[in-house]
Design a protein around this ligand. Sequence first.
Ligand code: GLN
Length: 478
Amino acid sequence: MNPTSLSLFELSKKLGQKEISSRELTDSYIKNIEAREGDINAFITKTFDLAREMADASDSRRAAGKTYSNLDGIPLTVKDLVCTEGIQTTGGSQILKGFVPPYDATVWGNLKKAGAVLLGKTNCDQFGMGSSTENSGYGNTKNPLDLKCVPGGSSGGSAAAIAADFCAGSVGTDTGGSVRQPAHFCGITGLKVSYGRVSRYGVTAYASSLDTIGPMGKTAQDCAMLLQVMAGHDDRDSTTPNIEVPDYLNELEKDLPGFTIGIPEEYLGEGISQSTLQALESTKAVFKDLGVTFKTISLPHTKYAVPAYYIIAPCEVSANMARYDGIRFGNTQEGANYEEIIVNTRTHGFGDEVKRRILLGTYALSAGYYDAYYRKAQKVRTLICQDFTQAFEGVDAILAPTAPTAAFEIGKNTADPLQMYLEDILTIPASLAGITGITFPVGQSQEGLPIGMQLLGPAFKEERVLRMAHQFQTAIDT
Ligand code: GLN
């Protein structure tokens, strides 16, 4: 059996028992990448030489009985928003083409210290702005399960890389759904962590009050192993609280007696495909067999989530993109004077979606409009947070579809940005509330494309949603 089809958990065991070496495993992934990357375009930068070096170093540590962790020797990919020392990090944008960070983001630094191997940096929508990876400055990524379809976004390269057996796991980011929706489109598992659970230090900022960094893998167990190393307080990110990181792997094995799951009625309205609704029913049946009870709940402000998000996120974009002026950051374009240099740098470097959001955000923050847009959106955000707080008083978790449909065809929504934004309706509320959520595959659409459900949990209860998804995956596996 080709080892690349195994889960990260199983690979870690095989490495531990010396049934396979990290070098062999790394070479197997490279072989897969060389065979299919031309069709898929999951990578912006490949780091094969480095990967072989890291794998050899891991094998030597293992031979000496000195491995760093259960991730030692595991080949991973990392979304190109995450700074990697000495390796190009573009944020998916031409404006950062050739940028080589002199330091590691905390999250990658932690994985490196755990002995993980880096196969490359994955493709994404520019700075994370998008839902299909069609807004990348490096060509779009295709869905490995159907090359006519998008892999989702913005962490589309990471999801595609896992689905195509190009790596054992990946690091994605989720600001409004970018880990969960690509996981759903590509039939893998992705965890959106609570805001502050994983350090954002060294990760290119998109919308700073919403940005989260999460693990992606074949299974919840794989995500738990990655999160163990990724999570925790970081002095360099003051939004990471100094609270305990649970033993995620251990927590997975506890069963689910007495658990109650809420189904939000607002998530099952218009536009949700028939096969998605069927997949929800079959998911419920599995959980019922595991002893879980269900209850219908209401999250009444759901319909305001998309408009509020598409004010708040662009406002933060307008501030965060200001540093790319060709002087502090960004590839400098020529110009006769200071202003022309900035204009040319941005005109050339930013894609259309980034420009659109800078315009929207600058407008919404401008004098006279601030109260009407930004302040109002913030009030709506508070109401959405309250919806979840109230819901979690009566349920342990919330189960809902991740997106209205399975993966859509490339080009379907590119002409209509509003339609693209509306695709995010089911992932955005949890992002505004800063809570955690996991998407895992549960079924298929009529076209045979994967469908993933999301399980949302209270902030800093990653262990709960991981455990529930793991129990589900164990139940359907046997
Ligand atoms: N699709 C959403 C957006 O474009 C979410 C993206 C994300 O989570 N990075 O903003």
